[in-house]
Write a protein that binds this ligand. Structure first.
Ligand SMILES: [Zn+2]
Length: 465
């Protein structure tokens, strides 16, 4: 089979100091013949039976960050790595965990008493370092901007008022789940090393009533738990939360949720993963602590009935929904923008991004970010790839240079080829391992190249098929 390279878009951004396109990598390396046989190669990446050992240690394990790793001293006291719940509640969960049902936010028969009403009073430990304080304020601001939830400073109101108490006095990052009417002070601990945006938004989401993604009743359809690799007395952390205690609000399972475990949680050895996505393209995505996903935000908006804030409805496209903080606009899934989510999300620079018409001719797109000492916001280039309706897209991806870390928070190429736009796409950032090719599920895929200060370089090669 012959291929024609119709166009090669090579984009260099902002800083040329970083190495240019590596001559060792030719397009024929990236797009080998077997990419285009007629069978659906997608099968290679969505397989249920594979050798776990093949996918272990895809990232540099000594640089992995996870919340439960930060909390290892307390692993026998915290549920699921970072949750403080009463023994009675835990017993109830365990007892009922065998029951299957549809339900991820803490919602039992006491709901809505388990959520905060009006403004959530909070205070911070008086001796908390400035940096930690700043991150907590940013996290609070995030939840206020993205949802109808509101916080208010309770510092002045005395110790007896029921409130969230942010402290740094204990090691680790942990929280209670939802509002507990029996507690005056609900601790959210942000110990040394936990003062990161993704971590604090995660812990605050617990305090708002959100459980971990992988504790959903339907998680077995999306992840495999490798039981014999879990530390013996820690298996309880992988229990599913029964339906009478949480609700998914019928939202899809999100492997890119900030509330999802990384693949090595509670593992006997760091080399062996305990939790793996069925779709292995999501391997580097699990445990991302960049920040809440579109679906995480939507879940909190549903849990707090934020849609009630708008008197009249507007109709949003591409699975967007009405913004409770600005009823004339929609909140849009990743890669979409505009008032009604009818447009592509804006890239950080006008010289990149846009919609590419995918034809039977082979095209290639390469994005190269140089490293920068300082950036005011993330640099990103967003693309929509679109083929004719009756076609799918054959896509080959290679990361040429990237900061390789579980969750890919420093830089990533985010690809979403699902029709379900509510869930996150998969993240790629490791040049060592991430070279793959697959058929998209439909005639559309979105892709976002993104980085902060780090150099990042990736290439997409595609055509319709
Ligand atoms: Zn957690």
């Amino acid at each position: 089979m012959k291929f024609h390279l119709l166009r090669l878009l090579v984009l260099y951004f902002f800083n040329y100091s970083f190495a240019k396109f590596n001559d060792d990598v030719s397009l024929s390396d990236l797009v080998p013949d077997p990419l285009f046989p007629d069978q659906a190669l997608r099968q290679d990446y969505v397989t249920l039976n594979f050798n776990y050992d093949d996918v272990d240690e895809t990232v540099e394990s000594d640089r992995m960050f996870s919340i439960s790793k930060m909390n290892r001293l307390y692993k026998n006291f915290l549920f699921q790595g970072d949750l403080v719940i009463s023994k009675e509640f835990l017993k109830e969960i365990v007892k009922a965990s065998s029951i299957r049902g549809k339900r991820q936010a803490y919602r039992d028969s006491n709901y809505p008493k388990t959520i905060w009403t009006d403004e959530i009073p909070y205070s911070m430990h008086p001796k908390m370092p400035q940096k930690t304080r700043r991150v907590i304020r940013t996290a609070i601001k995030f939840w206020e901007t993205e949802t109808c939830v509101r916080f208010k400073n309770a510092q002045q109101r005395g110790k007896n008022t029921s409130h969230l108490f942010f402290t740094h006095q204990n090691p680790g990052c942990w929280s209670t789940v939802g509002r507990d009417v029996h507690m005056k002070k609900q601790v959210v601990n942000v110990g040394p090393g936990c003062d990161q945006f993704g971590v604090v938004t995660h812990e605050t989401a617990h305090a708002l009533g959100i459980f971990h993604e992988q504790s959903r009743y339907d998680r077995d359809e999306f992840v495999d738990i490798v039981e014999n690799r879990i530390i013996d007395n820690q298996k309880l952390n992988f229990i599913k939360i029964p339906p009478q205690f949480l609700s998914t609000y019928d939202l899809p399972y999100d492997l890119g949720s900030v509330m999802h475990y990384a693949p090595y949680e509670f593992a006997k050895t760091r080399k062996h993963f305990t939790l793996l996505p069925k779709d292995l393209r999501f391997m580097a995505t699990l445990g991302q602590i960049d920040g809440p996903s579109f679906k995480d935000v939507l879940l909190v908006n549903k849990h707090y009935k934020c849609s009630d804030k708008c008197k009249s409805e507007i109709s949003c496209q591409n699975l967007g929904y009405q913004n409770p903080n600005d009823c004339q606009k929609c909140k849009c899934p990743k890669s979409f923008g505009g008032r009604f989510c009818e447009e592509i999300e804006k890239s950080s620079s006008e010289i990149c991004g846009g919609t590419i018409n995918v034809t039977d001719d082979l095209q290639a797109l390469m994005v190269n970010f140089g490293s920068m000492k300082r950036v005011t916001s993330r640099r990103k280039c967003v693309y929509h790839l679109k083929a004719n309706e009756d076609r799918k897209i054959l896509l080959a991806v290679k990361i040429l240079f990237g900061n390789c870390i579980q969750g890919c928070q420093f830089n990533h190429l985010l690809i979403n080829d699902r029709s379900d736009l509510i869930t996150s796409g998969f993240r790629l950032c490791c040049s060592k391992v991430e070279e793959l090719h697959f058929f998209t599920y439909q005639n559309f895929a979105s892709s976002e190249f993104s980085t902060g200060v780090h150099a990042f370089q990736g290439i997409l090669v595609f055509r319709s098929g």
